[in-house]
Design a binder for this molecule. Structure first.
Ligand SMILES: [Cu+2]
Length: 405
């Protein structure tokens, strides 16, 4: 993990009289000098204030609700036994983002106080593994200027079932098909995003890549794929009409961001009546494929390391002239989208190209580099989507990851 060192923010307006009261052993509750064992401590200092994040040695896993604790202390008030004095009544805000996922909605988790003065807990849920940035803003009693600091935390991929405590996902997706859905007919689908605990319909969503709801519909063998954007109804549910090509079970993946909770991929499925064709075997493809007059040359997909971000590059050329495609248009706020689904239909990766100057300049020369991350071994199907001439072109590949494992 690369560690970004955040410059210490200048500490202003420190008036000794209005800072926390002088340390007094008789009136101060027990203060933890040492954090509980089993944590990696990441400390940031800002003037006399020290902020220490405690990351469990056992790791933080995607798909779990977890409190990440931090301790705020006054380094000028050090007790020989209890260490630096914890600062109570700090009003904190946290914003969690993924530096590699430009345009991903922010997660703004709740923060609570723990039983010990100076100890706080961030109520986190990470939908998938990767490197996350936790940006803290602390309003400290007696200090006028808020203290801002960042921590980078590596979140591990979801643990194998049974190895960690049972996972309660904060949100679920209900999928209903109106009437008796048949292949070849327009099927009216209704999607309801629910809060798992309260079962309440989640109506308030953050926009991600210009839409409230990105829907991926995929046949069970991953041979058929559609990327749609259901419309929100006054009751908060979303609807979409779809013609399915054949009978069988289809996966429905909702890429949504309940307000302040960050991007989530919620899974569901729908059954369509009609002839079920034989499953198309998922065989790793070569590194070139064409669609609608566009040839894509795929780079970066040999020897993919598991659980590490890596660039997966599409080099796009005109099939007739062989010239680079130079007229890509932004599609849903980016020069391309890459959806990746594991053969088991349980792991979905949605990635976007780097949106910095270099990324944009490259995209305009037909070279679109996505940041992708494959959480486990197996075969994946990947669909690159690009827009030109107002039309979306979808180019699929089948990628094998960590063959021997
Ligand atoms: Cu979308």
């Amino acid at each position: 993990m690369t560690l970004l060192l955040i410059p210490t923010i200048a500490f202003l307006a420190l008036t000794a009289g209005t800072f926390i009261p002088a340390y007094n052993l008789t009136s101060t509750p027990l203060t933890a000098a040492q954090p509980p064992a089993g944590f990696k401590l990441i400390e940031r200092k800002s003037g006399p204030v020290s902020i220490t994040l405690r990351v469990p040695d056992s790791g933080v896993f995607a798909g779990e609700a977890i409190d990440i604790e931090f301790r705020v202390t006054d380094t000028r008030k050090v007790d020989p036994v209890f260490g630096a004095t914890g600062i109570p009544r700090v009003v904190s805000k946290a914003v969690i983002t993924m530096p590699e996922m430009a345009g991903m909605p922010e997660h703004r988790p709740k923060i609570h106080t723990e039983g010990i003065p100076g100890d706080y807990g961030i109520e986190c849920f990470f939908p998938h593994g990767g490197e996350y940035k936790i940006a803290l803003t602390l309003q400290i009693p007696g200090i006028a200027t808020p203290v801002r600091t960042d921590f980078l935390v590596d979140i591990r991929d979801e643990a194998a079932p049974g190895t960690r405590k049972a996972v309660v996902r904060p949100y679920t997706l209900d999928v209903k098909a109106k009437g008796s859905p048949k292949a070849g007919d327009a099927t009216d689908l209704q999607f309801t995003i629910k809060e798992t605990k309260s079962k309440a319909t989640v109506k308030d969503l953050d926009i991600a890549h210009t839409k409230l709801f990105h829907l991926l519909l995929v046949s069970k063998d991953l041979s058929w794929f559609a990327h749609e954007h259901p419309e929100q109804q006054p009751d908060g549910t979303f609807t979409h009409s779809q013609i399915f090509p054949a009978g069988g079970q289809y996966y429905t993946f909702a890429d949504v961001a309940p307000r302040g909770a960050g991007s989530q991929i919620l899974m569901g499925s729908v059954k369509i009546a009609g002839n079920v064709p034989a499953a198309v075997p998922l065989v790793p493809s070569g590194t070139t494929n064409t669609a609608d007059g566009i040839k894509a040359n795929l780079k970066g997909t040999s020897n993919i390391p598991i659980g590490k971000s890596l660039p997966v590059t599409f080099q796009l050329t005109d099939t007739r002239t062989g010239d680079a495609i130079t007229d890509l248009e932004p599609y849903l706020g980016a020069y391309g989208h890459l959806m990746i689904i594991h053969a088991d239909g349980q792991t979905v990766v949605h990635s976007h190209p780097a949106e910095d100057e270099l990324g944009i300049a490259q995209s305009k020369r037909g070279i679109v580099a996505f940041n992708a991350r494959f959480p486990k071994a197996g075969t994946y199907k990947a669909w690159g989507q690009f827009q030109l001439g107002g039309k979306v072109v979808t180019i699929p590949f089948v990628i094998s990851v960590g063959g021997a494992k």
